[in-house]
Design a protein around this ligand. Sequence first.
Ligand code: IVH
Length: 676
Amino acid sequence: MNMSGENMPQGVLQEIEKLVRELNDHSYRYYVLDEPVIPDAEYDRLYRRLKELEEEYDYVLPESPTRRVGEPPLEKFEKVKHGMPMLSLDNAFSHDEVRDFDARIKRLLNTEGPVEYTVEPKYDGLAIELVYRDGHLYKASTRGDGYEGEDVTGNIRTIRAIPLKMEVSGRIPVEIDIRGEVYMELDEFEKLNGQRERSGEPLFANPRNAAAGSVRQLDPSITASRKLYLACYGAGTLRGMEFSSQAEFVQWLKAMRFPVPAAMRVVKGIDRAIDVIKELEINRNSFPFETDGAVIKVNDFGIQQKLGVRTREPRWAIAYKFPAHRATTKILDIQGSVGRTGVITPFAILEPVRIGGVTVSRSTLHNWNELKRKDIKIGDTVVVERAGDVIPHVVTVVEKERTGLERDFPIPGKCPVCGSKVIREEGEVAVRCVSLHCPAQVQEKIIHFASRGAMDIEGLGEKNVELLYSRGLIKHFEDIYRLDKSDLLELPRFAEKSARNLIDAINRSKRVSLTKFLFALGILHVGEYAARVLAGNFRTIEDLYNVLPDRITGIRQMGEKSASSISTFFSDEKNLRTLESLKSLGVTIDNPDFESGRKERLPLEGTSFVITGTLPEPRNEIEEMIERLGGHVSSAVSKKTDYLLAGDEPGSKLEKARSGGVKIIHYKEFLKIAGK
Ligand code: IVH
């Protein structure tokens, strides 16, 4: 791009500069001050004129608003190391705990006099670091683990409240890392969720998730379509300038046109700070954003330095958490919703009620036991509580409001999404739909089907399954084998080579062992181990069609739960049709694990272990070794347990094994049995 502006009439250069200045000025008034002075249509006109000139003369200033959009999607986020760690905050849940914080500071400083604090709302969003070099936005990253985050520069540039260039008429540092919170306003959040509900997309649980989901997006045009804001509250690395206090720093940020926390106050002494917290708590619902507390910071930077940092939190700041919002409303209906793993959970449809700035019309009821325990009925008046989430939960039923017309909601016998019969195992809380064809679960099942250890289709991970599913290209397992290269080439993530690689990987996966195939089907309670046992006992998959549970419990290593789920799976006509389609599309199943073909027996063949306590090697490695050697690990001691492998500080399983007469062994004996 021609950045020098050579061969450009002087008048044009001036017009471009003027337009950029004016447009940035209007953005600032609109997004930061919330005091627009021109109508949107006028802004759009100026923007179009600028774009025209930039294109005609191939000249774009670094701070031009046209640079905020149009970056191509990324393959993945690059990592960025923070110049200084991004810390988090200690929490206080009562005014007394805030006083303790003040007392601790005075003790450390060895002073009796009142400490000066700043108090401001805590924004419930996503922490971001903006690196400015010579006044220009150079990089933006997420907090990550505090030391290293993800490079989200292209996305952050689309947030119009963030200056691409600082006000150079003021003093600016050579380099500064400005920290702040990106958030979504409540109105925008509700609008976005409304849209998502209409288009059948999953809803964001709260404005924080919505903001985080919008920033951690590989495609900046999606971020640009979400209205996001920022509040800047701190600095990391700072070179070429100094500040003496938080208040002075925030004043400077404001002069540089950065958005800063609303209603920040400077007060002397903890009593005044608590007064401000109380005010914020009263006003919290009038803020356009979600705030879950107040942040109290020592104002003086010299004192902050003296107090220092405790592992991950500074000693000079604390977050006071507001109590959760509550309201009373009525339950209009109770329904079941099917999660991605088939578990059906009850939820309540509520008479809409405003709770802390958000209209709430649903409440989760967690599970069917909870429904019973809290004795919740359709028609009940209930107290609902919303912490950070927009989906609140029912705290209690207001019994005195009962009229006698309230109705119990029975545990459903059929899946509310696909109508298949559901299963509930004895002693289990969860009710599940186990159909292979349930639309609520299909994506998750396909992801599992294609994963390593299952059909092992390289390149068909979560992201690509989501993409192919959303485009209607795969609806069931078998559709994977109907894909061709031209289907893939129409999609944004694929080019010639990646499309060919995926088709090759799909073709390679067509030859598969029965063990892997059974595992890939994602039958409830059939993990890799059970799949191997089944393959050891059934020569072909057809031998499992319409199998009875007794035939499976007859196999030593199989329990009743898996038997019933396997039998349900292989008696479902639709499931059997899927298996037939897979075969007719070229999936060929070999069975090298079938017992009669095997000569050598593994040392732990058919032996069942339970592990307790700390062992010399990591637990998962020992479990893997046992399974590799033909054994099996269960989580609880039962009649079928052969050995309890006990390490240091064993848990209650030891007692259970003793009373059940299960042989208890230590690591050394275990190695002997394993032939090591
Ligand atoms: S000051 C040393 N001020 O809350 C950390 N943080 O729970 C200084 N947050 O990591 C942070 N609003 O992401 C500060 N007004 C505010 C804030 C705020 C939200 C976030 C921030 C921090 C987290 C800790």
